[in-house]
Write a protein that binds this ligand. Structure first.
Ligand code: ADP
Length: 497
């Protein structure tokens, strides 16, 4: 099969979150299965020079965006059996940020989506499937259906759209988007592009994609409810027969404590001695008291409300009343920067916080900590809890989305479980779960070792999920069953808003 991924980020080139990990890991796994897999992302200025130097110029052309004509260069490199394309335009992507600070995101990513479609005949690649990821690519399926599908080159291309986070939708003024993408007035009704009076790139994808997936089975159910649905739950319920949850994996080679070059000592499920060395090195490098008997709780991730940090804010004094250390690595909202900066001063030698994007330090935290805290308000999949388990660091999570699908709270009656969890979004439930986990750390080392071993030997590879994606790609070309056709309403997309 010929598959084109379109996304705003991918490791190893550019990463702000889990989307990059998913794109960068899944594409090579599919390529290894013998498929022709190509990925296209913007050529952001933050992509390191070492990669830019490896790129070759494929072609360039001009893209019409309303009254504008913009240069579009296509650069490419081959890696791990995948061809990676980079959309080059310095005006849009040569800025000192990846997302958000200018008010012209609709133009930047409108340009990106249009360029992706326009480049295909010029690079002589006619994909069977375009697999678009998150709102930045949301206009690809929409433009394809609305403006390109009548052309023979594009007519047979099917689309699958993956929601990595429904909270970020790409919401803009209709006039602005029309000005860039030229989508006529008749398209701005609530069964097509209009969304609560605005343009919405995510909604456009949810309406026009042939299939929709999201990154865990639980999240695919949750987003059909008003609580998690971010005002698109009605649309998602209407398309529930084309909506699937496919759990993310992690890059098992990159995140492997037995071979990881970022950490102080390597270790394996059979011999955890190196983990103690990693803990000592982490304490030393972050200025924490060097003690082997104190449990360290780690947190790595975006400092946003989504990650449940208001719960931590609420009871940080109670957490720190325990004999624990806390390590935080993340970037994001100022209020959490303030919280953890304050905590670092207040609990000297017991709390360390770093506010950068630091791949090596993230690995050192996964390896050096004993517990990993992820009390998310919602979590489409979450990679950090899986990475933590792979490093023998037990997760404490709230039972939501992918956290619910990957972490099973230890049950002392049955002996089942691989971590600790709580259900209600409640700070004291979280506190009690932390206390419970610390209790096992201090008093039941055998149980602790068992849970570590289970976590480290879990299968978080992409193999299973890649197979599920392939099945969905094939489904795109299946004949519709007559029964389904009978069931179908004249317009299957009915938004109950
Ligand atoms: P999300 O996609 O919601 O940000 P995920 O748990 O799915 O969260 O993925 C986050 C990924 O980004 C993980 O690989 C995590 O280790 C990494 N990460 C997040 N923040 C940082 C940071 N400040 N430095 C290094 N890695 C980070």
């Amino acid at each position: 099969m010929k598959i084109l991924f379109t996304a705003s980020e991918s490791v190893p080139f550019i990463k702000t979150g889990g989307l990059a990990d998913v794109v960068g890991a899944l594409a090579p796994v599919l390529a290894k299965e013998g498929h022709d897999v190509r990925v296209v992302i913007p050529l952001f200025s933050a992509i390191p020079k070492e990669w830019v130097d490896k790129m070759e110029h494929v072609t360039d052309f001009e893209v019409q965006l309303g009254w504008r004509r913009q240069y579009c260069g296509i650069e490419a490199l081959k890696k791990d059996g995948v061809t990676w394309y980079f959309i080059d335009n310095k005006f849009y992507f040569g800025r000192p940020y990846v997302y958000g600070m200018g008010g012209d995101e609709y133009e930047r990513f409108g340009f990106f989506c249009r360029s992706v479609l326009n480049m295909l005949p010029l690079i002589d690649f006619q994909p069977d499937v375009i697999h678009a990821h998150d709102w930045q690519s949301g206009m690809v399926p929409a433009l394809l259906k609305i403006q390109y599908a009548h052309l023979p080159f594009y007519a047979g291309i099917k689309t699958l759209f993956t929601i990595h986070n429904l909270q970020y939708q790409g919401i803009f003024g209709i006039r602005e988007v029309q000005d860039v993408l030229g989508l006529g007035d008749s398209l701005w009704t609530d069964d097509k592009l209009e969304c609560y009076g605005c343009a919405n790139f995510m909604k456009a994808a949810l309406v026009y994609s042939d299939l929709i997936t999201t990154v865990s089975p639980s999240y695919s159910e949750e987003i059909q409810t008003a609580y998690y649905g971010e005002r698109l739950d009605g649309l998602l319920r209407a398309r529930k027969h084309e909506l699937f949850g496919v759990l993310n994996g992690i890059d098992m080679a990159d995140y492997n404590p037995a071979t990881d070059k970022n950490i102080a000592a390597n270790y394996s499920p059979e011999d955890l001695a190196g983990k103690a060395a990693c803990k000592k090195a982490l304490q030393e490098s972050l200025g924490l008291e060097v003690r082997s008997d104190v449990p360290i709780i780690g947190m790595v991730g975006r400092l946003s409300n989504q990650k449940g940090l208001d719960l931590v804010d609420y009871i940080i004094a109670d957490i720190m009343r325990q004999d624990v250390q806390l390590v935080v690595l993340g970037m994001g909202e100022g209020r959490y920067f303030n919280l953890f900066s304050w905590a670092e001063g207040e609990y000297k030698g017991r709390v360390a916080a770093r506010f950068t994007m630091d791949h090596a330090l993230a690995h050192q935290i996964y390896a050096g900590c004993d517990l990993f805290l992820m009390p998310s308000q919602f979590e489409p999949c979450g990679l950090s809890q899986m990475i933590a388990m792979r490093y023998g660091t037990l997760p404490i999570v709230r039972e939501t989305g992918g956290l619910r699908d990957t972490v099973l709270s230890y049950n002392e009656d049955t002996g089942d479980g691989n971590g600790f969890s709580f259900f209600n979004y409640n700070a004291h439930d979280m506190l009690h779960t932390i206390e419970r986990a610390i209790g096992y750390y201090k008093q039941e080392p055998e149980t602790w070792k068992l849970l570590q071993h289970r976590g480290m030997t879990g299968d978080y590879s992409w193999d299973h999920s890649a197979g599920e994606y392939l099945r969905l790609y094939e489904k795109l070309f299946e004949e519709k069953q007559p029964l389904e056709e009978k069931d179908e309403e004249p317009n299957p997309v009915v938004v109950d808003i």
